[in-house]
Design a protein around this ligand. Sequence first.
Ligand code: FPP
Length: 243
Amino acid sequence: MVEVPETLRHVAIIMDGNGRWANARGSRRTRGHKEGVKSVRRVTTTLAESGLEYLTLYALSVENWVKRPRPEIEFLLMLLRRFLIQERRTIMDNNIRFRAIGRVHEFPDSVRKELDHLTEMSRDNDGMVLCLALNYGGRSEILDAVRSLATKVRDGDLEPDALDEKILRGELYDPDMPDVDLLIRTAGEMRISNFLLWQVSYGEIWVTQTFWPDFGERELEQALRSFGGRERKFGGLAQKVDA
Ligand code: FPP
């Protein structure tokens, strides 16, 4: 269990460093990914038990999908499929609602079937949402939303002047996803890497040098404590400042 600050609804994590974790041990990158799955399970259950509302994990980007060697992608898809089957119990026991965002229609049927199954199976749970970003890109998400809105305008179902942030948000992959409050990135890089670009606008960023397979409760506590000590202004003035 970790203590989730009251104002923290949505944690999003860029799980980086599986390859470096494996290299440092003279192992193949695939071993890093396998260990990475254990961290996914650990972090998901800890945050679900702690009462967090929404957790999004960046498991595969659109860039990974086209730029990584095919065998590595095949391996990740195999791990994902296995995860979706093996974790059914953990998801249900922890009252977690599962969902996926991204261009998953490009995935093989065997993986899509398990994604649909777990989404369907867990849809009436009312605990934490676990959202996996798969073949996901923040720009693609916005582009897909704009395409859908353009179609509505063309068909006379939407006036361009009526378009506002709320309507655009309604076309994102998961319209119910709250804004990201805390973005965690492992393995040291100070980048957003095309993750949840719309939702992360006012997110607090916390980066650790720890590689994803070593990420655990200690790092989570540090991140949550850091979040708890920050003053969020959303473009306004600090609360304590007099006008
Ligand atoms: C980044 O490490 C990690 C990924 C591209 C994949 C993330 C996948 C997992 C954590 C495991 C699969 C997840 C599920 C839910 C089954 P990297 O390989 O880019 O590391 P590097 O930057 O050190 O090379």
